[in-house]
Structure formats: structure tokens, C-alpha cells
Design a protein around this ligand. Structure first.
Ligand code: NAD
Length: 423
């Protein structure tokens, strides 16, 4: 564990979780472990002030961040999050997980992440646009199609990516579609991108289920977070015959033991901004979500949700980490001891960045693929990456998380060693 003077991680904070994960993989890296400290030092962390004029004429200031964790294997790649709890430390951990994820799936990228400490629900659309544009201008000194390519994350979407692309293009005088991914289709976006992360969660879940002999038809699924990732994953599990028995989002927690009708639930969520109040399920207490009897538990909201206490209560056969960093290291150990398989975030939710990569490639070549082609390539890449990780886990008798880190860190540190230390 090493410390940096500019952050003060707590025992449960995401950067601490990430450092623990790195410490656990070092024994499996052989000679490359001598470069291990690289992984504990973000290459670059930019803090920006984002002032905007509010609709009432007042000026508000927001904290913005963009962190490039490691660029040994290529330009930075990772989302931008708008959330009231965003901190530099959180963005650092998210950027680091992007380095691991991109390497675990073997995409030619380093890891980066950005965010603004804001509750976007308190802003009008015009204020949100001004916020996005000013933030993009401020981080414009380090992003670019060949440098660092942002994408959507929590509370950001194709419209925000369109404003980011336009702002960067206006500032540079060139329409630079490749500067962000997750854009609307008309602006160089890729078919299949919106649902790609959820699809990746489903594909890794399907493969893991096959390997542990769990039948998806009739399987019980509980999902925390019913946004971009959680809803798309739930839909695909539903199509495979699974029953979505519980959903929790920021508006509440709902349960239907027989499985919810997603065709009814989706419009309800769109109309009401959340799952709460859905007639086809009963409302239960938030904490009871972690006691729901299920086969597959999908945390797809925030970090640090699976605490040791919740891990002791969880009744699932496997956990699919749709969110980044949802499981604390001690909870990971408990789940492992209890024989609950954890498919870690760095492979489980890598479908999004994989299709972002396809979008970037399509933007450069100005030649666009069909959705079937994209889904087929996504499936192939994610299944291949999971296979390699699974074999590594079996070989060393380690968890899938440590195995994913082993595969990824070997790639990152090999690149580091081959490039050498500048100057
Ligand atoms: P989103 O904004 O579309 O949805 C977030 C969901 O989480 C919403 O349903 C919201 O109600 C719920 N939520 C928020 N706070 C909550 C709380 N305290 N308790 C329960 N639920 C809560 O975001 P998203 O894009 O679906 O991202 C979700 C997670 O997936 C994040 O951890 C993100 O980093 C990760 N992720 C997203 C992508 C992507 O492509 N969007 C890719 C990889 C990983």
C-alpha cells in the first residue's frame, strides 16, 4: 500500500480498494512486479474550476476532474461522471480501473476518467449544457482523439457527449468526432453503444453461468441501479428466460417474487425517473434488497455497495459487477469463502468500452458497421477475454478478480518495461 500526499483515502474508499487489489496481484507478476509502483501512481490528475451562469443570473462554481492513470498502452479512455459525491480520489480509482479494464480486454488504450461534483438533477438543460461545455473547455488541454477519449458514465449520456464533441471541435477548429464516444448516431456514434455495457454484463454472466452449471431460464435476478447498465442487462436476462425479482435505484426498492414484467416497468421508469411506485411489484425497505433470494445479483449503481455485512447476507450464486468497484475487498473475501462467484467489474462491464473502441475506430475510418456486426464482435472479444481470465484463475487458484488484474497488469507493465523509463 503506498500513499499520495494529495488524497486521504479512508478504509472503504475506492482508491484504497484499488490499491488492495493491486497488492493482491503483485505476487503473480514475476519480474514485472518491479514496475508495480507505476500502478499506484496516476500519471496525471487535472483539477478544474467550472463556473457557470445559472438561469437566475447567479454564478455557481463546480469542481471538475480528469485523471489519466496510465498511458503506457495507448491514449486514455474512460467515462465522465456527474454526481454530487464525485471527488478527486474517486476519479483516480475509476481511472485506474479503466487502465486495468482496457488491458484485461486487450484494447489499445490506457485508463482515464473524469467527473464533476454536481447533482445534475438540480440544473436546467441549458445550465447542464453550459456546465458540460465549460468543463470540456477546461480539460481540453489534455483530451483529444489521440490523447484521451471521454465517454458516458453515471448521469451522462449521448447528448452530453454531443456537447463535449462540439465544444472540443469549436475550440480546435476541426470537427473531431473521435474525441468522445457514446455520441448520438448522427454525430459518429456507434450502433449498439447505448446498451453495450449491459450487454457485456449479460454476456459475461451467460458464460459464467454456463461454466458453473447455472441455468438462465428461470434464474432469479436482483439488480441495483436501473440506469443505462442495469436496465439493459435486466432486459437481456429477461429475454434469456430469467426472472427479474428485485430492483433498487435511487428512488426505492421493489420486489416481485414471480419476476417483473419489464415491458411495463421500462416505460414506468422513463416516465417517473425511477422504479419506485411501479404497480407490478411491492415496495420493500432499501436494506432488504441484500437479503433477496436470487441466483444472480447485479450491482449496477455505485462503488462500495457490497460491504462485508451485506456480503454475509447475500443469497446469490454469482455477483455480476455492472458498476465499477461495487465490492469492498473484505466483502470480496467473504463472497469467495461462501462460494459465491464474483465476475469482476473490469471484465463484467467492459462491453461499454469495447463498443466505445469500435466507435472510435469507425470514426477514424468514417465507415460504420451494422448493429449485428457490433454485437457479434463484442460477444467475441468479451468471451475471449473472460476465457483467458478464467484459465488464469484456474492455473493459480485465485479469484477471477485477481486473475483479471494479473492478465491486465502483465500487459500494462510489459508495455511499461518495453517503452522504458523516460528520459
Ligand atoms: P446511470 O446514471 O444511467 O444509472 C445509475 C443508476 O443507479 C440509476 O438507476 C440510479 O437510480 C441508480 N442509483 C444511483 N444512486 C443509487 C443509490 N444510492 N442506490 C441505489 N441505486 C442508485 O448510470 P450507468 O451508466 O448505468 O452507470 C452505473 C454504473 O455502471 C456506474 O458504476 C458506472 O461507473 C458503471 N459503468 C457504466 C458504463 C456505461 O457505459 N454507462 C460502463 C462501465 C461501467
Amino acid at each position: 500500500m503506498s500513499t499520495l500526499s494529495y488524497i486521504q483515502p479512508t478504509a472503504t474508499s475506492p482508491w484504497r480498494t484499488y490499491l488492495t487489489q493491486v497488492d493482491r496481484v503483485l505476487p503473480y507478476l514475476g519480474e514485472l512486479a518491479r514496475w508495480g509502483e507505476t500502478l499506484k501512481h496516476p500519471k496525471r490528475a487535472l483539477i478544474v474550476d467550472v463556473p457557470i451562469e445559472l438561469d437566475d443570473g447567479n454564478v455557481a462554481h463546480f469542481e471538475g476532474f480528469r485523471v489519466q492513470h496510465n498511458l503506457s498502452r495507448g491514449p486514455g479512455k474512460g467515462g465522465v461522471r456527474f454526481h454530487q459525491d464525485v471527488t478527486l480520489e474517486e476519479v483516480m480509482a475509476l481511472a485506474a480501473w479503466m487502465s486495468i479494464k482496457n488491458a484485461a480486454v486487450n484494447l489499445p488504450y490506457g485508463g482515464a476518467k473524469g467527473g464533476i461534483r454536481v447533482d445534475p438533477a438540480t440544473l436546467s438543460k441549458k445550465e447542464l449544457e453550459r456546465l458540460t461545455r465549460r468543463y470540456t473547455s477546461e480539460i481540453g488541454i489534455i483530451i483529444g482523439p489521440q490523447n484521451d477519449i471521454p465517454a458516458p458514465d453515471l448521469n451522462t449520456n449521448p447528448q452530453i457527449m454531443a456537447w463535449m464533441m462540439d465544444t472540443y471541435s469549436m475550440n480546435t477548429g476541426v470537427t473531431a468526432t473521435g474525441v468522445v464516444t457514446g455520441k448520438p448516431i448522427h454525430l459518429g456514434g456507434s450502433l449498439g453503444r447505448v446498451k453495450a455495457t449491459g450487454r457485456g454484463v449479460f454476456v459475461t454472466g451467460r458464460e459464467a453461468a454456463r461454466r458453473i452449471g447455472l441455468e438462465l431460464d428461470g434464474a432469479r435476478v436482483a439488480v441495483q441501479g436501473f440506469g443505462n447498465v442495469g436496465s439493459a442487462a435486466a432486459e437481456l436476462f429477461g429475454q434469456a428466460g430469467a426472472k427479474i425479482v428485485a430492483i433498487q435505484d435511487h428512488t426505492g426498492t421493489i420486489l416481485n417474487d414471480q419476476g417483473m414484467d419489464l415491458a411495463d416497468l421500462m416505460p414506468h421508469v422513463r416516465a417517473h425517473g425511477g422504479a419506485s411506485g411501479f404497480k407490478g411489484a411491492e415496495k420493500i425497505a432499501g436494506e432488504s434488497f441484500w437479503d433477496v433470494k436470487c441466483d444472480i445479483l447485479i450491482p449496477a449503481a455505485l462503488e462500495g455497495q457490497l460491504t462485508p455485512e451485506r456480503a454475509r447476507r447475500a443469497c446469490a450464486k454469482m455477483v455480476l459487477e455492472g458498476a465499477n468497484g461495487p465490492t469492498l475487498p473484505e466483502a470480496d473475501d467473504i463472497l469467495n469463502e461462501r462460494g459465491i462467484l464474483v465476475v469482476p467489474d473490469v471484465i463484467c462491464n467492459a462491453g461499454g468500452v469495447t463498443v466505445s473502441y469500435f466507435e472510435w475506430v469507425q470514426d477514424f475510418s468514417s465507415f460504420f458497421w451494422t448493429e449485428d456486426e457490433i454485437n457479434m464482435r463484442l460477444d467475441k472479444i468479451v468471451v475471449g477475454a473472460l476465457k483467458r481470465i478464467w484459465e488464469t484463475a484456474d492455473r493459480h487458484r485465485i479469484t477471477l478478480r485477481t486473475a483479471a488484474f494479473a492478465v491486465a497488469c502483465e500487459r500494462i507493465l510489459t508495455a511499461r518495461a518495453e517503452r522504458g523509463l523516460y528520459p
